[in-house]
Structures are given as structure tokens and as C-alpha cells.
Design a protein around this ligand. Structure first.
Ligand code: KIV
Length: 264
């Protein structure tokens, strides 16, 4: 079990697809760690596990709390932690927040949402030895201001903006990219132009890797199912089935049977 480094991920570009999934606690991080290349402590935590309708609202301390737990279970995969809304408002504030995340969680990189406007910030973090994954395309932290989730790359202007953002942020020092909610051809073009790996979500098969929110992928979040989410398991149904069995055995005094009792 060898720890995956940024060098390993960069070497995979164009050769082997990178598999990434979210995790929010040690229990699931440990289950995922052997299989995936990368784990993300995403601010999707606020939706999937806090039950909120958007990612805005989760704080830096909460992200750190969950990331520390994930780190306990994540020994091999490359660990990325999201910088939440409000923690990236100026380059200096971002640096302070990122240093705190880096020091307290032991993660490998932080993820920052934004386009070319974040170049100065990403440069500052890189200069201070912090690896950054740039999150471009659809940026959920802007959804409230924009009045919804906007798919990127649907017209020429949007494609040009996406390519421009990507190249500028790579120049600033971003070592990885997450491309969300982007027309496949546009994400493919960005992936082709960049020298560093791109991880897509709702951005087609040409990205260097894919990420999914685990509770979406395994059927635990059923408020809605975005077009790009494939359910690999009906987790909630499986749990409900087992739960019914447990409740029935309690009600009928079948559990605990003598096998589960302490003897004198
Ligand atoms: O917060 C998150 O889980 C994300 C997804 C796009 C993977 O950033």
C-alpha cells in the first residue's frame, strides 16, 4: 500500500483514468481508500449530510473536523479538502485558511472554486507550498448569486472563458483541475490543452478522471438525482431492508438471542 502522490497522478494523465470519490468520515474513507486514487472532502457535505439545499453555509471549522476524520481512514489515496464559501474572499484570507486546513488535517491539496479571478490567490498558495486543485466550470458556491446551477461550455464565449480560466490557473500553479457541469466537448478541449490532470463531474468521459459524491453514487441521497449521477447501489433500500429486520427482531424478542449475551 503505497501513498499516492501528485507525481503519480500526473503520470496517469493520458494513460490511466483517475478515480475519485467524496468522503466525510473515517468509516467510509477507510472503505474507499484501497480502491480509489483520490478522496475529496467536499463542501457537498452541507447537502448530502447536513440536509441543506446548497453547499454555501458549511464553515471552515466543520470542513476541518470532517477532513481530520477522513484522514484517519485515508492512508493511501491522495486527499483533497474543499475550501468552503467565505474562506477564499481575498488571497491573504485564503492563504490563512489553507494553511490551517493543511496543518490540521494533513491533506495533500486544497480545492478552490473560481476562474481566472483566483489566479493571484492560487499563485500565493503555490508559493507557500500548498498544492491547489482548481474547480472550474459549474461552481456551486456561485449558485445563489447566479440564481441556479449553470452548465458551462454551452456557447463559444463560455468555452473560451473555460479554456482561458484553465490556462491562467495552471500558469498560477494549480496542479489539478476539477471540471464540473460542463459540456463534454469543452471539458475534452480543456483536458487536451492542460498539462495537469482534470477530474470531471458531469463533464463527460474525456476528462483524465471522474469524481462522484458517494451518497449520490450509492443511492443514499434521494432528494433529487442529477443527470450525471449513475447509481451504483441502492444503498438506502438495502439499509431500510436490514433496519426492518432489526426492528422486527427487537419487537419479537428474537434479538438478542443467547449468542449475543454475556455469560457468568
Ligand atoms: O463538494 C463536492 O463534493 C464537490 C463535487 C463537485 C465533487 O466539489
Amino acid at each position: 500500500m503505497k501513498k499516492i502522490t501528485i507525481g503519480n497522478l500526473q503520470a496517469m494523465k493520458g494513460k490511466e483514468k483517475i478515480a475519485m470519490i467524496t468522503a466525510y468520515d473515517a468509516l467510509f474513507a477507510k472503505i474507499f481508500d484501497d480502491e480509489v486514487d483520490m478522496i475529496l472532502v467536499g463542501d457537498s457535505l452541507n447537502m448530502s449530510f447536513n440536509g441543506k439545499s446548497e453547499t454555501i453555509g458549511i464553515g471552515l471549522e466543520e470542513m476541518i473536523y470532517h477532513a481530520k476524520a477522513v484522514k484517519v481512514g485515508c492512508k493511501r489515496a491522495y486527499l483533497v479538502v474543499d475550501m468552503p464559501f467565505g474562506s477564499t474572499v481575498t488571497p491573504q484570507i485564503t492563504l490563512e485558511s489553507a494553511v490551517k486546513i493543511y496543518k490540521e488535517t494533513g491533506c495533500d491539496a486544497v480545492k478552490i472554486e473560481g476562474g481566472a479571478n483566483m489566479a493571484e490567490t492560487i499563485k500565493l498558495l503555490s508559493q507557500n507550498g500548498i498544492a491547489v486543485m482548481a474547480h472550474i466550470g459549474l461552481k456551486p458556491q456561485t449558485s445563489r448569486a447566479l440564481g441556479g446551477y449553470k452548465i458551462s461550455g454551452r456557447d463559444e464565449n463560455s468555452v473560451n472563458e473555460l479554456i482561458n480560466d484553465a490556462l491562467i490557473l495552471q500558469e498560477a500553479g494549480a496542479v489539478l483541475f476539477l471540471i464540473e457541469g460542463t459540456v463534454s466537448e469543452a471539458a475534452a478541449e480543456v483536458t487536451k490543452r492542460l498539462g495537469v490532470p482534470t477530474i470531471g463531474i458531469g463533464s463527460g468521459v474525456s476528462c483524465d478522471g471522474q469524481v462522484l459524491v458517494w451518497s449520490d453514487a450509492f443511492g443514499f441521497f434521494d432528494e433529487f438525482q442529477p443527470k450525471f449521477v449513475k447509481r451504483f447501489l441502492n444503498g438506502a433500500e438495502l439499509i431500510k431492508g436490514a433496519l426492518k429486520e432489526y426492528v422486527n427482531e427487537v419487537k419479537t424478542s428474537q434479538f438478542p438471542s443467547s449468542a449475543y449475551e454475556y455469560k457468568k
